[in-house]
Write a protein that binds this ligand. Sequence first.
Ligand code: MRU
Length: 358
Amino acid sequence: MKVNGTPQRTIWTEGDAVCVLDQTQLPHAVAIRRLETLEHAAMAIADMWIRGAPLVGVTAAYGVALAMRRDASDAGLAHALAVLGRTRPTAVNLQAKLDEMRSGLTSVAPGERAFRAAALAAEMADEDVRVNTALGTFGLPILEAIAQKKGRVEVLTHCNAGWLATVDRGTATAPIYAAQAAGIPLHVWVDETRPRNQGASLTAWELGEQGIEHTVLVDNAGGHVMQAGRVDVVLVGTDRTTRDGDVCNKIGTYLKALAARDNGIPFYVALPSSSIDWAIEARAIPIEERDGREVTHVSGLTDDGRTETVRVTPRASRVHNPGFDVTPARLVTGLITERGIAEASRDGLSRLFPEHAS
Ligand code: MRU
């Protein structure tokens, strides 16, 4: 997608380094971080310079490639996989991509591993773009059908499941960008997504860069705009989807699904199949518990251009900061995948992915 009108991916290589956009600085500055070591890649994921399930997976793969330049022994490979595997717990893409790196490198001679690892990571990045483009293709008819009836489409989205959460195009945003390319008039309601404000700072920024009309609203306003008939469809992403179609996504997604159901609004989830965990039950999904400081403090840009962080809670109050919640399959209208739209159920997913049916 575009930054200042120039097409750009979220992750790319430059010489021996892997470059990423530092998302902690958006929307106020477009800063690039060079990752040169395993430790840099692990820090980029854990400290959320990059985030979003698909991009976490691809960055981890590049992290293995960086590690292989320093130590391509079996012990070096095991160490890299362990360090990267500990960075964030909820997105299954992280483990899936590390597993692919393990199986792609184990039988390769150590002397060849650095080259092979870089090639595998680059293939994963390209694959992510292909998959997201397919999500756009399969999601577009949903928006076209609404536009045919109403003349325009009002979408609500939560968190950032956009270009910035992937290598390019995004998951939930892929149908939106496809609709824009098809000339469909649309407007996106962007949930701010406390506590880290991925909606307010990232989704709003990327939609703005692509010229998509949007409005940021506080998380608590979603139900109200739905009741007022101002939302036609909810589109979100997912960090881990069970084989039964339950969807684990950014905290607050569940409440939006409840409000959508109460108001008869379709609630779609767009995902690469690498976000499906075929082995886990919803209640066993590890939910990331993040630093309470994300709740007790807020940061922003002052009018004179300084970044300031201020406290919003009493010092003595305890806080609870779960990063994700699970939306049960019964609240999900459909799962938009790279093979088409699946009903959110074991049967629906098995029909599209028969190789996982058993
Ligand atoms: O904590 P984050 O910002 O990594 O959470 C990201 C999300 O919850 C996204 O909605 C999800 O990864 C889907 S991304 C295409």
